[in-house]
Ligand binder design. Sequence first.
Ligand code: C2E
Ligand code: MG
Ligand code: MG
Ligand code: MG
Length: 283
Amino acid sequence: AKQGGATNGFCFYSGTSSSDLQEKLELETDLHTALENDELMLFYQPKVDLITKQVTAAEALVRWNHPTKGFISPVQFIPLAEENGLILSIGDWVLNEACKQAEIWRRASMPDIKVSVNVSGQQFKEATYQARVQEALKNSELPPSLLMLEMTESLAMSDVESSIELFEGLKTLGVGLSIDDFGTGYSSLSYLKKFPLDELKVDRSFITGIPENKDEIQLVQAIIAMAKALRLSVVIEGVETAAQLNLLQATQSDLIQGFLFSKPLPADEFSEYVMSNVSQASF
Ligand code: C2E
Ligand code: MG
Ligand code: MG
Ligand code: MG
């Protein structure tokens, strides 16, 4: 008998064991009822203004509080939801929930918080996406300028012409547009220039090597300079240490997001974080 699925010198071992597969199937089944059972939750991670040291924005990040398995990371279940189409209803829920929360904060005696949500490829490509965003704004009464949509670089670049059209449609609503995980895809500058963008998020992978790796900060500087030439606001993701923040203070970046300030927090803890001004203590 042939061994381990290897034939003709090719090995088909994919790194997925049968118990991983079992787990995936279980999650996939449970995901179908997660929304109706109220098991999804949004956490909010502060984005801190490098100049004023205040929190001015938040990224909404979905969590699944599974009845027996506890909290499950979006890295695990978002790909499943993309495979089975549930991402459309999950994405809709995230969008509406984030808008509602930002409007609650706006009405509270708290500085305005611009909330960003992550948009998946399937949502974005759906014909009704723009109408759904409009609906979420209308239902929540959130001013459009307080909503930002984050699309990954690879998604935006996968079909440039239709991205431009979708982005332009979304801009007519007055929302902000952000390119997420920048630097991991294969953007061409000439295309980036054609997108009506507001913000660029430098991927965490560029920050991890700082300060040990001297080339890395120069690379980040170059990305920031490019983003500034395109008149974009720059967010640095994944800042974990004071040394990293120190080096970034000499750059033209606008917002910093990372564990140095805070992990993503439940809504009530997020507002406590903002109101207590603890972000200043990290500088
Ligand atoms: P992302 O949009 O790039 O979000 C940033 C991720 O980096 C978050 O992980 C956040 O917790 C993590 N992070 C932030 N600061 C640091 C840091 O200093 N160090 C490290 N090591 N990590 C940091 P999270 O919440 O696990 O989300 C992972 C990804 O899942 C997101 O990456 C996004 O692509 C996706 N995702 C999350 N929520 C949603 C959603 O509602 N819809 C869609 N379509 N995707 C989502
Ligand atoms: Mg207010
Ligand atoms: Mg994001
Ligand atoms: Mg990112």
